[in-house]
Design a protein around this ligand. Structure first.
Ligand code: ATP
Ligand code: MG
Length: 229
């Protein structure tokens, strides 16, 4: 296995990524609601935990265990023993959860195979247009900077999800989090809904791969990227 790549296990996506997620940088996934961001994170996390490595998972949606059960089936108990799950209730709690995960990953006592923040921008979005907007941006920037440094220092792939806003002037869907997040992430994937269970993945940014697209299908037991795309 390429030490610089973590295979996601979703064939079509691994193909456009040149084997999988980079292990020393942050990968951002953005896309509209229902585009499959959370399912993708859970699928990769399940794969890492099944192989015996730790997954640090910061979950702002609070629904991950139920959905993990659908992917893991009988193996759920074993998988959960390798999960350090936190469910922050606001941006400050999210900051503490990220700081703890980063510190433990750098400490190196456990073999950490993946660090996930889903969604990195849910609580940040709530604070937009309020008087706390600047503080919220600063908090998010600090979290992302910690994640970038940790990924590089500890060789842990970091997966972040990001929500979108619709630009009324352009009519396009744009990622939240400002330019800092989009510079900090060395790989950026955009997810779009196609018909039914089909989803398109666009590789928007990568250090060493060309822009490309792939497809997967959402099934009852996980994501299937084996169909030709
Ligand atoms: P959000 O931004 O709201 O968090 P998301 O991008 O994380 O959304 P997911 O929660 O990963 O989206 O994906 C949910 C989508 O998966 C929904 O559109 C749902 O209809 C679809 N889905 C879930 N289970 C199945 C299934 N068994 N077959 C087909 N589609 C499914
Ligand atoms: Mg989600």
């Amino acid at each position: 296995m390429d030490p610089e790549r973590l295979p996601t296990g979703i064939e079509s996506v691994d193909r456009i990524l040149g084997g999988g997620l980079e292990t020393d940088s942050v990968t951002e996934i953005y896309g509209e609601g229902g585009s499959g961001k959370t399912l993708f994170c859970l699928e990769v996390a399940h794969r890492v935990a099944r192989a015996g490595d730790w997954v640090f998972y910061v979950d702002t949606e609070g629904v991950s265990v139920d959905r993990l059960r659908a992917i893991a089936g009988e193996g759920l108990e074993k998988i959960l023993k390798r999960f350090l799950l936190s469910t922050p209730k606001n941006l400050e709690e999210q900051g503490r959860a990220v700081a703890t995960a980063c510190a433990l990953a750098r400490e190196g006592k456990r073999r950490v195979g993946l660090l996930v923040v889903d969604s990195a921008t849910f609580y940040y979005r709530l604070s937009l247009s309020s008087s706390d907007e600047d503080t919220a941006r600063e908090t998010l920037v600090l979290q992302v900077a910690d994640l970038v440094a940790t990924s590089l220092a500890a060789h842990v792939p970091v997966l972040l999800t990001n929500q979108v806003w619709r630009s009324l002037s352009e009519g396009t869907l744009e990622p939240l989090g400002g330019s800092f997040l989009n510079h900090a992430a060395k790989t950026i994937l955009r997810f779009d809904r196609l018909g039914g269970a089909r989803r398109r993945v666009t590789l928007v940014k990568h250090r060493s791969r060309p822009e490309a697209t792939a497809e997967f299908r959402i099934t009852a037991s996980g994501l299937d990227g084996s169909a030709p795309s």
